[in-house]
Design a protein around this ligand. Structure first.
Ligand code: NAX
Length: 331
């Protein structure tokens, strides 16, 4: 039998946490044969709710769940973890300036970076979900210099899956037959959902999405804005932000990273830019990646047209500005 892996979920008493921890405990993230110990962190004000989640995990009698650490102590939470899913953060409240929200999250991610660096298992893999996800991940990377930068990522898989979902609905095909959409850039409304390389499996082989949709106008306008604005549409409908889809996509992100992407398929991950596609080095930017042997690799050599270039640059520009704002909060 496999040794249990330790998985940290921060913000575990929140609404994504509530959807995510049962998925992890069922084996959706690490595989149906991988036992695990769940570490759940939240802040003292949420300690009682966190304990309630722990009680429910016990009650659900998950066969793979070999232990639960539910704590408000960041060191205890981070100790020995192999995977860290960072969902905890400071939400934007009415009337708050962007800089104030950034400042709160910078201080959270700075201190959690130090705790992970000092106490996580070697080669711990980190996924930041909490917004501003790319910039929180960048701060985490900066303040955990001994964690390899390739181990620190942010979630854009939800946006990626939303793009696949929109194409599947439009063409009335199964979502599993659609692949290789790309989310470029920031997990924000400047993200660029790109279908230029996406394909659909048909009885007569794989066909480009552009050929099947045969409506560039829709693909270049409504499709893009629907994916960009989907989070807002969910809030409007549910009066709460996306939770089950965020949790499911976080599982997809970690599972593909650890266990690999299928041959010929790429997915979107926010990763530290190495300058690929002219994206400035030093940003956490969402790229198309393939994964194998527990490592991601940016897909190289995709042709980029003028339309895409502008949108990729605009979202990079926003990330550079967020980075400047984040750094200004450090002083
Ligand atoms: P909730 O407010 O329901 O939960 C957040 C939890 O984090 C709360 O329980 C809170 O007490 C806890 N928390 C706050 N500070 C903490 C700290 N320093 N250490 C540990 N825990 C802390 O928010 P929820 O709806 O679960 O969303 C969580 C985060 O995910 C938000 O930042 C949200 O913006 C972000 N999202 C990111 C998405 C993505 O695709 N990257 C999509 C979904 C979601 O909007």
């Amino acid at each position: 039998a496999k040794e249990p892996m330790r998985v940290l979920v921060t913000g575990a008493a929140g609404q994504i946490g509530y959807a995510l921890v049962p998925m992890i405990a069922r084996g959706v993230m690490l595989g149906a044969d991988q036992p695990l110990i769940l570490h759940m962190l939240d802040i003292p004000q949420a300690a009682e709710a966190l304990n309630g989640v722990k009680m429910e995990l016990v009650d659900a009698a998950f066969p793979l769940l070999k232990g639960i650490v539910a704590t408000t102590d960041v060191v205890e939470a981070c100790t020995g973890v192999n995977v860290a899913v960072m969902v905890g953060g400071f939400p934007r409240k009415d009337g708050m300036e962007r800089k104030d929200v950034m400042s709160k999250n910078v201080s959270i991610y700075k201190s959690q970076a130090s705790a992970l660096e000092a106490h996580a298992a070697p080669n711990c893999k980190v996924l930041v979900v909490a917004n501003p996800a790319n910039t929180n991940a960048l701060i985490l990377k900066e303040f955990a210099p001994s964690i390899p930068e390739k181990n620190i990522t942010c979630l854009t898989r939800l946006d990626h899956n939303r793009a696949l979902g929109q194409i599947a609905e439009r063409l009335n095909v199964q979502v599993t037959d659609v692949k290789n959409a790309i989310i470029w850039g920031n997990h924000s409304s400047t993200q660029y959902p790109d279908v230029n390389h996406a394909t659909v499996k048909t009885p007569s082989g794989e066909k480009p999405v552009r050929e099947l949709v045969a409506n560039d106008e829709w693909l270049n306008t409504e499709f893009i804005s629907t994916v960009q604005q989907r989070g807002a549409a969910i809030i409007k409908a549910r009066k709460q932000s996306s939770a089950l889809s965020a949790a499911s996509s976080a599982c997809d992100h970690i599972r593909d990273w650890l266990l690999g992407t299928p041959e010929g398929t790429f997915v979107s991950m926010g990763v530290y830019s190495d300058g690929s596609y002219g994206v400035p080095v030093g940003l956490i930017y969402s790229f198309p990646v393939t994964c194998s042997g527990g490592e991601w690799t940016i897909v190289q050599g995709l042709p980029i047209d003028e339309f895409s270039r502008k949108k990729m640059d605009a979202t990079a520009q926003e990330l550079s500005e967020e980075k400047t704002l984040a750094y200004s909060c450090l002083n």
